[in-house]
Design a protein around this ligand. Structure first.
Ligand code: HEM
Length: 416
């Protein structure tokens, strides 16, 4: 694709291209115009087209911008369009705040990620992975997304927050809507996508508020109990902060991890020699293979920053205050200046300085350790029990440019 034909705002056109074409277009951007201006899409009356954004596509520049929140801030929004005020109640958690408010929230919620909590979750990851794969026995085929990849992160987030198991499916349905970017599979016919988004945010907040009320004053060990009952430096999350944190966890923790797991199977299917290498030493290869899956799939495609002051320089570009800057993690993760043969899936790639969990800086993924654990444990079980599992069709991709989503992936397998 020629540089002038690339339009990163064109969801129906550019973002439905085959993956190889899409990544080739990013290679063109890195080579010919690594910080390029794009007009914004118009999302109608609630979110009219904004002033446009600068697309940052080289690894070094994405890292540099992430490292300097004082020049590239998150508090003006981390999605490309500015969200209208009514959305901020549910979608305005710490990911879209700057210090000191961001640091305060991160300090409070991090207090929940204690070694005891992590240990509890790790046992749950083992148990749930084994249980999910038990269900496949004697089946021979299934939809890998809905029956395998999506189940694990959902159960883990809900367990972590102490959500009633009867509500897990509802949480799943609503987090799908939040990240669907209007994909018709997740939006009821006749419903305006933005109304569906707002409704899903409100629904998740409602579940969290109910759960918090039940846990208040108790001695539960789930994160909700910890957050409503404990104080950190004399501070506690407000009910609104707790609800929007839960919405963030649902979308950040569910959709991302499930897509990493799914793309892993796509890569294994396309690269039998990498499967052989992994099978030959499952325990030894798994940690590196997990990093390579996250690099290749880049489950979060971009986040936005806003320039805080005139004269900020990145690469050879000088910005003005208020400029929107979009960090394309998928592109950074295939930058040939950093990765040899970047389009090759290599489970033993070393070093692998990918930035799939974000660049270095205050917003680095809070769930990176948990996500790595989930992907590792699931693949360890999967490859031991169903070593020939493979996709039987192309991934049915989400029509979106924010999460690299797969809606369905038929697969087949025989028992080990
Ligand atoms: C493969 C899976 C995952 C990927 C690729 C991923 C990716 C990311 C990225 C790129 C960011 C940086 C945002 C920024 O710089 O603006 C981020 C932040 C975050 N992630 Fe993840 N994530 C994953 C799994 C998880 C899980 C499992 C959880 C929760 C249990 C989680 C919770 C969060 C939170 C709370 C933040 C915001 C941190 C802050 O603003 O300080 N993520 N994630």
């Amino acid at each position: 694709m020629r540089l002038d034909d690339i339009d990163l705002s064109d969801i129906e056109g550019f973002w439905t291209l085959p993956m190889a074409d899409r990544e080739a277009a990013f290679a063109t951007l890195r080579r010919e115009d690594p910080i390029r201006f794009f007009a914004e899409a118009d999302f109608g009356e609630y979110i009219p087209a904004g002033p446009g954004y600068w697309a940052v596509t080289r690894h070094a520049d994405v890292v540099e911008a992430s490292r300097h929140p004082e020049w590239f801030c998150s508090g003006e929004g981390t999605n490309i369009p500015d969200l209208p005020p009514e959305f901020r109640e549910f979608f305005g958690s710490m990911i879209s705040l700057d210090d000191p408010r961001h640091a305060r929230l991160r300090r409070i919620v991090s207090a929940g990620f204690t070694p005891r909590m992590v240990q509890r979750l790790e046992a749950e990851v083992e148990r749930t992975s084994a249980e999910i794969l038990d269900h496949l026995a004697d089946r021979g085929e299934c939809d890998f997304v809905t029956e395998v990849a999506a189940r694990l992160p959902l159960v883990i987030i809900c367990e972590m927050m102490g959500i009633d198991p009867d509500l897990h499916d509802e949480v799943f349905h609503m987090s799908n809507i939040v990240l669907s970017q209007g994909d018709p599979e997740y939006i009821d016919e006749g419903t305006e996508p933005l109304a569906a988004l707002l409704g899903a945010g409100a629904g998740l907040a409602e579940i969290m508020n109910r759960t918090a009320d039940e846990r208040r004053g108790g001695d539960g060990e789930d994160l909700t109990s910890v957050l409503v009952n404990a104080e950190v430096d004399g501070e506690r999350l407000t009910p609104e902060e707790l609800a929007s944190f839960f919405v963030l966890l649902c979308v950040a923790g569910n959709e991302t991890t499930r897509n990493a797991i799914t793309w892993g199977l796509v890569e294994l299917t396309a690269n039998p020699e990498q499967r052989r290498r992994w099978l030959a030493d499952i325990d030894g290869v798994t940690p590196g293979a997990v990093e390579e899956i996250v690099r290749m799939s880049s489950p979060v495609i971009h986040f936005r920053r806003t320039v805080t002051t005139d004269g900020v320089v990145l690469g050879d570009h000088e910005f003005s205050a208020g400029d929107k800057v979009v960090l394309w993690y998928n592109s950074a993760n295939r930058d040939e200046a950093v990765f040899d043969d970047p389009d090759r899936f290599d489970v033993t790639r070393d070093p692998n300085p990918h930035i799939g969990f974000g660049g270095p800086g205050p917003h680095f993924c809070l769930g990176a350790h948990l996500a790595r654990r989930e992907i590792s444990v699931l693949y360890r079980h999967l490859l031991s029990r169903y070593p020939d599992i493979h996709a039987t069709a192309e991934p049915d991709r989400l029509r979106a440019n924010f999460v690299n989503g797969v809606k369905h992936l038929p697969c087949a397998f025989s028992a080990a």
